[in-house]
Design a protein around this ligand. Structure first.
Ligand code: PLP
Length: 361
């Protein structure tokens, strides 16, 4: 079988065992004689998958009784609007930390719906760093403070979270949820499109603080209210059942592989290997991101010129590695090395980078 090493930013590679598991029972799921994707979302069999996925999230993140896991649709991009719709009440405003593309999109939606303040930004530095916590100008009356924990495109990541006191903290963790242990109970809300770190596209995970949800705007279309999904355990309407089934498989895999501390060790080793290659060839590979803000999930780098970058991407493809081209808005190269990327894939890339630098310097 020819499985390549897939460095796409999202949808991204999934653990091979989770795909094999799904394949083995695709036509006859747990002896039902049908597949999970052909089964009613109201069936007892599906309900077990749904609740196991929620239970695994709860366990892996150590969620308390006040935090609930929801499965929604419309991607992280819909959350950019649902969040202010639900939580910025008339006359209120919310604080946003601007670290580039995804936070800018979130800010744009919040400004359509209500009012938001930019409480910190690294725009003047081309978003090549995460603003330091002391730079933030937080409003104690804000409805919430929103940030993007990992900028998938620029390759920057929050390595510590802001201290927002009593103001609920909200994070778009689409590209780094479950990459390491952290205190999820400190958050008012966390959301993540599944297609980077936890499954296929089509489902968006939302972790919400129930006592905060009680204060949300209820004068909204039914499907736009978090309260609807909360009250119905994410089964108000037809859930994206196959995507949730795959998320369940991935969460089982995370648990079997040491949980979040296992993921952290695996991820740090992989990222260290790639940043290490860049340090060994400083005249050939440059990382545009300030050292302290470098992402463990999306490693971005430049080569001496665009011709070499194109050559790098095409030779890598011939050597079983895809998805290494940087986002179209920034150019350069990017290796997305989420939880599921095998250490062997990173080792293959690191060796390729070393040889490519030697052959083209
Ligand atoms: C990919 C990504 C998004 C967009 O997610 P969709 O599910 O496509 O809407 C939002 N935020 C971040 C940080 C992302 O990486």
């Amino acid at each position: 079988m020819a499985r390549i090493f897939n460095f796409y930013a999202g949808p991204a590679t999934l653990p091979l065992s989770t795909l094999e598991f799904a394949r083995a029972e695709l036509l006859d799921w747990e002896g039902t004689g049908t597949s999970v994707m052909e089964t009613s979302h109201r069936s007892k069999e599906y309900d077990e998958v749904h609740n196991e996925a929620i239970a695994l999230f709860t366990e892996l993140l150590g969620l308390d009784d006040d935090h609930q896991v929801l499965f929604m649709q419309g991607g992280a991009s819909s959350q950019f609007a649902f969040l202010p719709l639900n939580f910025i009440l008339p006359g209120g405003s919310a604080d946003y930390i601007n670290t580039g593309t995804w936070s800018q999109k979130a800010i744009k939606e919040a400004n359509i719906i209500a009012k938001c303040r930019v409480a910190g930004s690294s725009e003047d530095d081309g978003f090549t760093r995460i603003p330091s916590m002391t730079e933030l100008d937080l409003d104690p009356n804000a409805a919430y403070v929103h940030f993007t924990s990992n900028n998938t495109i620029k390759g920057t990541q929050f390595h510590e979270f802001p201290d927002t006191d009593d103001v609920p903290m909200v994070a778009d963790m689409s590209s780094d949820i479950l990459w390491r242990p952290f205190d999820a109970n400190k958050f008012g809300m966390i959301y993540a499109g599944a297609q980077k770190n936890i499954g296929p596209s089509g489902v968006t995970v939302v972790i919400i603080k129930k006592s905060w949800l009680e204060k949300a705007n209820s004068n909204l279309p039914t499907m736009f209210q978090y309260a609807t999904h909360s009250a119905k355990n994410s089964l108000y309407n037809t859930a994206p059942t196959f995507a949730i089934y795959m998320v369940r498989n991935v969460l089982r895999w995370v648990k079997e592989n040491g949980g979040l501390s296992g993921m952290e060790k695996r991820n740090r080793d992989k990222a260290d290997r790639l940043y290490g290659v860049m340090r060994s060839f400083p005249d050939f590979y440059t990382c545009p991101v300030e050292e302290a803000s470098r992402s463990v999930m999306n490693v971005v780098f430049r080569l001496p010129n665009e011709e070499l970058e194109a050559k790098f991407v095409s030779e890598a493809k011939a050597d079983s590695m895809v998805g290494l081209k940087g986002h179209r808005s920034v150019g350069g190269c990017r290796a997305s090395i989420y939880n599921a990327m095998e250490p062997a894939g990173v080792e293959h890339l690191a060796k390729f980078m070393e040889a490519f630098a030697k052959n083209n310097s």
